[in-house]
Design a protein around this ligand. Structure first.
Ligand code: ADP
Length: 451
């Protein structure tokens, strides 16, 4: 302000002096008139210069470009400086809110759930990629399209027509096929003035798990009901008929078989639920491989003897590389024992009396350990192989039941191997025999050196 006043004063003085000097040179009588004219002209010049500076500031403010702010002194300089500071602050706030919006949108994009924003006329304002994939819409192409015109599924149409938004609906997702189904749950939420938020979620796995649970319960009930029916039939017979002692003993033996069958089934179910519910086995417990092989060999001999007809004894051989004699498996001994014992018991049960069973252990080329159970039994047709580890899946139902099978053995083996970071590999040729291999990674076994 001071600079402004001083500059005006200076210019007025200069103008008066020039006027006075001019009058003096021309020998004019009334010098003071020239003095006043000089001052007036100087004041006018000051005003024009000031107006030009003001105009530069206004032009710059109109452009709003911080980069071309004019360099000035005095009052206009201060106006420019303050305006520049305000503009910079506004730009920073704008950048920050733009960044927040971007972060917010990328967070919604990253969500595994779909999000669609609809206006009051159910026109699409925005949707994330998950929703686009699940519903088959495109956020750019379908912008401001009515969602009802794009999704024609009657389930969805009926859902959008109802006023109740507390319920969700499940419909077929985009590109759902029989071999690769996609089921999508859609839930509406109201917000703002008549706007709606659609949340979508892939529920295919949830529905499959629910179906599996239903099947499992139905299978277990069926498996338990069969021996229970037989048992109660015998109990009724024993209660109503006056049987001879021999017959009574025969019936009691049959009842014991059925009770044993139920017992085995419950044991296998408990084993499965224990496997599912307990943490992954650590690496601290050691199970000597030779002990595991010995225990399973004795079990196999006993089972084979109990199943085989007189005189027909299966040939059972357990072989192990010399170098592995002192090696140990690292994991849960009970589980490892149960896995091998299930395979060996299957080999014995599904191989004829004069067949051959061989169990061998060897190190693999990548540092792992493989225990293979081979038999010369009936073999399994290729189409059954991928489903063998499903619970209650049996190739020959009656043969499995006759020999005391529950249909859960291979499911248990697969689980045990998964928990130990290994795999169960199966190959078989119909009519020639089968081979089941337990393959452990290098971290799950150790060769103990002897002194
Ligand atoms: P199960 O208790 O019925 O033996 P598993 O889960 O152990 O149930 O096996 C599933 C099915 O796989 C069996 O019912 C049988 O049909 C088939 N299977 C398993 N092991 C063999 C084998 N060594 N030889 C032929 N078939 C086998």
């Amino acid at each position: 302000m001071l600079w402004r006043f001083l500059s005006l004063l200076l210019l007025l003085l200069l103008g008066s002096f020039v006027g006075f000097f001019w009058g003096f040179l021309k020998h004019v009588d009334v010098v003071w008139v020239w003095l006043l004219t000089g001052a007036l002209l100087a004041g006018l010049l000051w005003w024009i210069l000031d107006a030009v500076r003001g105009l530069r500031v206004v032009t710059w403010l109109r452009s709003g470009d911080l980069g071309i702010a004019p360099q000035m002194m005095g009052l206009w300089g201060e106006v420019v400086e303050r305006a520049r500071r305000l503009l910079r602050e506004r730009e920073r706030a704008l950048d920050a809110s733009e960044q927040r919006l971007k972060d917010f949108l990328s967070a919604i994009q990253a969500s595994p759930n779909g999000v669609v924003l609809l206006d009051a006329q159910t026109q699409i304002e925005w949707c994330n990629q998950t929703a686009a994939d699940q519903l088959g819409i495109d956020s750019q192409r379908d912008y401001m399209q009515r969602i009802g015109n794009l999704l024609r599924d009657p389930v969805f149409t009926a859902y959008m027509a109802q006023s109740d938004t507390t319920q969700s609906v499940v419909m077929e997702g985009r590109g759902s096929r029989a071999e690769r189904p996609l089921r999508v749950s859609v839930q509406r939420h109201r917000y703002g003035e008549g706007k709606q938020l659609l949340l979508t979620r892939d529920v295919t796995l949830v529905e499959q798990a629910e179906a599996m649970r239903r099947d499992f319960v139905a299978n277990v009930s069926h498996e338990i009901r069969t021996p229970l029916t037989v048992l109660s039939g015998f109990v009724e017979t024993l209660q109503t008929l006056d049987l001879a002692a021999d017959d009574q003993q025969r019936y009691l033996a049959l009842m014991a078989t059925q009770a044993h069958r139920m017992q085995t089934l419950v044991d296998d179910l408990l084993t499965l639920s224990r496997l599912e519910g307990s943490p992954v086995p650590g690496f601290f417990h050691e199970l000597p491989l030779s002990r595991l092989m010995k225990a399973c060999e004795q079990e196999a001999q006993g089972l084979s003897a109990s199943l085989s007809a007189e005189g027909h004894v299966q040939t059972i051989a357990f072989v192990m590389d010399e170098a592995l004699t002192h090696s140990v498996l690292l994991g849960e001994a009970r589980e490892l024992q149960s896995a091998l014992s299930n395979l060996v018991s299957n080999a014995v049960r599904y191989t004829p009396a004069d067949g051959r069973i061989q169990v061998s252990a060897q190190a693999t080329s990548d540092g792992g350990l493989q225990i293979e159970v081979q038999d010369s039994g009936a073999g399994i047709a290729a189409e059954h192989l991928p489903r063998l580890t499903e619970r209650f899946y049996r190739v020959d139902r009656s043969r499995s039941r006759e020999s005391g099978g529950t249909g859960l053995g291979l499911a248990i083996v697969k689980h045990v191997m998964q928990r130990h970071g290994g795999t169960l590999s199966i190959s078989s040729v119909l009519g020639q025999g089968s081979s089941f291999r337990l393959i452990f990674p290098g971290t799950r076994w150790r060769a103990v050196k002897t002194a």
